[in-house]
Design a protein around this ligand. Structure first.
Ligand SMILES: C[S@@+](CC[C@H](N)C(=O)[O-])C[C@H]1O[C@@H](n2cnc3c(N)ncnc32)[C@H](O)[C@@H]1O
Length: 241
């Protein structure tokens, strides 16, 4: 975006005109199963977070001062629930726009009796801006974000310089941003964006990718990918300033 179009956008916003934002998702109208709906009805009061709540107070929400891991786009939530279950010394917040995914995640969390997890059903970009305090997160996770294969759709990819800058401001110094993708072109794009972003240090000594850390569960989808010979790329960057 050049300087003059930025001014025009800012002016239009000031004048209260409706601006269509480029989003990283298209809202799918998937139907909820009975089980997902029941899990939402049962678990939302204890586990649901609303964007309208504004800035979160983590110690009040979790009842402790443990580190907080935030995951964007958890899909059906299986790996997020598994991670939360395996790390009771941490707190987890998941953000997802797809309602059946939120329902599936709550169903799994209920079944596994996980108590250190809260979820938003909302756009993560807005949640980050309005609900997460600066310097408050131990880890940020972004696993298999929509790759938007076609070149003309690349602007929809969530990993952009502005986005990773806003993530950095939410991480503690020393906090880690962990991404994974099975789409090589997106992996290269992630690496390029992260290498250009100030204030991060790549955990990979070769300044590219890291092996899958043991705490990131291997999903069925990923196992299938491995069988078909697809690659998976993990990237981990630490906030240094
Ligand atoms: C390809 S799926 C991957 C899901 C999951 N992480 C996995 O590995 O199976 C990407 C997910 O990100 C969600 N998503 C995309 N943009 C988002 C946003 N801005 N806020 C919240 N969720 C988002 C989509 O709804 C979708 O479920």
């Amino acid at each position: 975006m050049n300087e003059s179009s930025k001014t025009t956008l800012a002016q239009a916003e000031q004048e209260g005109k409706y601006i269509r934002k480029v989003r990283s998702f298209v809202k799918r109208e998937g139907r909820l199963t009975k089980g997902q709906q029941a899990a939402i009805d049962k678990c939302w009061p204890a586990m649901g977070l609303e964007h309208s709540q504004g800035m979160l107070d983590f110690s009040q929400i979790f009842g402790n001062d443990n580190g907080v891991v935030l995951e964007i786009g958890f899909g059906m939530g299986k790996s997020l629930v598994e991670m939360a279950k395996n790390a009771p010394e941490l707190n987890f917040i998941g953000i997802e726009v797809h309602r059946p995914g939120v329902g599936a995640c709550l169903m799994e969390a209920d079944e596994q009796q996980v108590t250190n997890l809260r979820v938003f059903e909302h756009d993560a970009v807005e949640v980050l801006a309005d609900c997460i305090a600066d310097g408050s997160l131990t880890t940020m996770q972004l696993f298999f974000p929509d790759p938007w294969h076609k070149k003309r759709h690349h602007k929809r990819r969530i990993v952009q310089l502005e986005f990773v800058e806003s993530l950095r401001s939410k991480l503690k110094i020393g906090g880690v941003f962990h991404m994974a993708t099975d789409w090589e072109n997106y992996a290269e794009h992630m690496l390029e964006v992260m290498q250009a972003a100030p204030g991060y240090k790549n955990i990979s000594e070769a300044n590219n990718f890291v092996p899958r850390p043991d705490n990131r569960p291997l999903t069925k989808f990923e196992q299938r990918g491995h069988r078909l010979g697809h690659g998976v790329w993990d990237l981990m960057f630490k906030r240094t300033q």
